[in-house]
Structure formats: C-alpha cells, structure tokens
Design a protein around this ligand. Structure first.
Ligand code: GTP
Ligand code: MG
Length: 398
C-alpha cells in the first residue's frame, strides 16, 4: 500500500490529480484544508490536501510507465517497448488508459453537476483537524477515524489500531503502516467461503436464516437460479416459512419461473421426509421464517428446525443496513448455531460497511456472499474482501 499527498486549489482539482496519478483504484484516506505559504498566507484561500493510497504493485506499474514516458530516450524506448510489448502488457496499458479516461469523464461530469447545482463537495465536509500526516501516529489517527466513520464499533476499531501499532512500531513509514492495516483488516474478514457441494452423490442441504425482511427468500432464489441455470445442478426448494401465506407463494413463484420443485414443511418433524423426497437433487435450499428477536417462540421453533435438518451449511443473512447495536443483538440471538456463514444483504442501500467488520470480528465466522439489489439472480456476488477492506480504510475514489 502506497500513500501519497495531493494538493489542489479545491477538492475537485486534488481528486483529479489523485485519479490521474493513481487511477481509479485509489482510496481517499483523508481530506483537509492547508494554508498557502508566503507573507500573505492569511489572506489567501486555503488549498485542499488529499491523502490517497493505492496498492503498491498497481502504483509501481503506473510509475514505470510514467518513468519510461518522461525520462527515457524516446526513440530507443519506443523500439525497446515495441519489441517487448506482449498482448498482456498492451491489455494492461489499454486498461490503465481506459481507467484514466473513465476517471476523467466521471470527474468532469461530477464537476459539471456540482457547478450546475452549486453544491458544496462532501470532501470539504470531511476535513479533519489533524496537525500533519508526517508520522505514522497521525496516519493511525486518520485510519481510526475512518473506521469509526464507517461505523466500526469503537472497541473493534481500537483493537484493529492496536494490532497495527504492535506490528509496525512508532517509527515505521506511513506506507508500511497502511499495508499492515490492510493485512489486519483482511485477517479479520478472512477469505470468503461459498456453497461447497458434497462430492458423495448426496444432496447438499443449505438452510437460510436471519431476521425478518433482510432478504433471505430473495437471496435463496438468486442462488437457486445460479446453481440451476449457470451450474446446471438439480436444485430443490423447501420452505419452512408458514407464518405468512404470501411467503410460500413468493418462493413458489420463483420455483415456477426456474422450473424447479418446491415443497412446504409445516413442522420440524416433516423435514427428514421432505429431504428424502429430494434425494436425487444436487442442492436443496431451505427457506425459513424471519425471526424477530422479541419472539422467543419463533426462536425455539427455529432451533428445533435447525437440529432436525442437520444441514450441511447454514447461512445467516444480515442486512448491511443494520445498526451496529442491532447487529450485536442479532448475533447474540443466533449464537445457538454451532456453525454458519454470513451473507450481507442490501449492500446497495448501506452507506458504510463497518457492520461487515463488526460481524466477522464478533462471530469469527466466514463471510460468503453479498447482495446488491432486488434483481434475481443478478444482484448477488461472492464478497470481495479487498474492496471491503479498502472502503473501510477510506473512501474509494470511483
Ligand atoms: N435493496 C435491496 N433490496 C433487497 C435485497 N435483497 C432483498 N431485497 C428486498 O427486501 C425485501 C424483503 O426480501 P425477502 O427476500 O422477502 O426477505 P426475507 O428475509 O425473506 O423476509 P421474511 O421472510 O419476511 O423474513 C424485498 O422487497 C426484496 O426485494 C438487496 O440486496 N437489496
Ligand atoms: Mg422470506
């Protein structure tokens, strides 16, 4: 992770410089006003300083390009470049160029929109009172602040920053500090784990659970579609959500569209029979009723269902829009589960991603999928932890 400072007469100019230099992969760590130098400094408009980070490898690739272009002997360099450029390097250059152009397009559009509506920029509001970025202690303060702004729980943010401090020591460079932070956050999130199909010819049984309205049924339908259509697997659906008539209809509609069977389980005692009827399937997905934390009876029923099902995998769906306090409460309520993976739904509606770090830190469970909208089956992806870590460290330029 490489950190650089950019100064502009306003935020747009500073960000434009970030994009031109680091491309669209850059993360904005901090923005602040700085006084101009010189005798009349108090009468001059302050400049905007942006602290931005980018992956070292990506930064190096861009630097090499820049170095060749700026300082090399043009004809010799061109010949050397030309003879050595393979399709992959050409692709990378093209990709970088596309990135640069799309970054500029986006930037110009943004500037135009802001000028048109006369809006102040968000970045200006984010300015901090930190004295300087010149040592890693102040960078750690920025990172700590960014974690809190992302709604990472205060005790978890403290733990993360202390873990970084222990590893880097006070005199380490800013770039080393950022790299260690990246590693600590990545360590907490872990590698995403997705559905693992059994290899013994028996169906893989998956149970979806979680609070009411978080998107369990929609997420199940997305995965059913992906496995039935893309992976050509034999999928069967079960629903144990008999609280609402509409819930059975909702899943039946998806099943009909996908041309896959569905059956309804009215009590935990029915579950083994229902699973036997699906013994020819590759994958059986079971939907459950949303459990409200105030309804103890629902939780008792869910516990009985979980133990009667003996599912291969249980997925706990949590909406990414949940407040940190509610998230802790939800996790506590589902602590009866021996093992599960986390799905974060409604990422499209989540302004910050702290909940993902909070939940993985508290539970120690794996993250699996994230969902990004209502559309079945498109709005689901395997969680991209690199992207999540970067947005926890700052805000992504794009
Ligand atoms: N914006 C957004 N909406 C979503 C997403 N996933 C689901 N929804 C919507 O959230 C609402 C509830 O979705 P359901 O799938 O019925 O949620 P559920 O958890 O099964 O709800 P209950 O069974 O009542 O507990 C629906 O309007 C979905 O379209 C998502 O990723 N983003
Ligand atoms: Mg549902």
């Amino acid at each position: 992770m490489k950190i650089r400072r950019y100064v502009g007469k306003d935020t747009q100019e500073a960000i434009l410089k970030v994009k031109m230099d680091l491309g669209n992969e850059a993360i904005i760590l901090n923005t602040r006003k700085v006084r101009q130098k010189g005798p009349l400094k108090f009468f001059k408009k302050p400049l905007i300083e942006v602290l931005a980070a980018v992956d070292e490898e990506y930064g190096k690739a861009r630097e090499n390009q820049f170095h060749k272009k700026s300082y090399g002997t043009p004809s010799a360099d061109f010949q050397q470049d030309h003879s050595q450029i393979g399709p992959r390097i050409m692709d990378k250059k093209l990709h970088d160029l596309e990135n640069k152009v799309s970054g500029m397009e986006h930037m110009i559009k943004e500037i135009y929109e802001r000028v048109k509506t006369n809006q102040p920029t968000n970045m200006l509001e984010q300015q901090s009172n930190l004295a300087s970025f010149t040592d890693n202690a102040s960078v750690l303060k920025i990172f700590h602040n960014n974690l809190l702004n992302n709604e990472v729980d205060a005790d978890i943010a403290d733990w993360v920053i202390n873990a970084v401090k222990e590893k880097v020591g006070i005199g380490s460079s800013i770039n080393d500090t950022a790299s260690v932070l990246y590693n600590v956050l990545s360590g907490v999130l872990g590698k995403p784990e997705v559905i693992k199909l059994r290899q013994d010819g028996r169906p893989t049984v998956i149970l979806f659970i979680g609070p009411t309205g978080v998107g369990k049924t929609t997420t199940l339908a997305k995965l059913a579609a992906i496995y039935a259509i893309n992976h050509k697997k034999k999928v069967g659906l079960l629903t144990a959500d008999t609280y609402r008539i509409a819930a059975v209809d909702q899943l039946r509609t998806y099943a009909e569209i996908l041309g896959i069977p569905i059956s309804v389980v009215y009590s935990a005692a029915d579950i083994q029979g229902a699973l036997e009827a699906y013994s020819d399937k590759d994958l059986v997905l079971i939907d459950t009723a949303g459990s409200s934390h105030v309804n103890r009876l629902q939780f008792d029923e869910l516990k009985t269902l979980v133990s009667a099902t003996q599912a291969d995998e249980v997925y706990l769906v949590i909406s990414a829009t949940t407040s940190p306090k509610n998230c802790r409460e939800i996790i506590k309520n589902y602590s009866f589960l021996e093992d599960y993976k986390l799905i974060f739904s409604k990422m499209d509606e989540a302004p910050v991603l702290g909940i993902i770090l909070n939940a993985t830190y508290i539970t120690g469970k794996c993250i699996s999928y994230i969902t990004t909208g209502q559309s079945v089956p498109d709005d689901i992806e395997i969680a991209n932890t690199d992207k999540i870590v970067k947005s926890l460290m700052g805000s992504i330029v794009k």
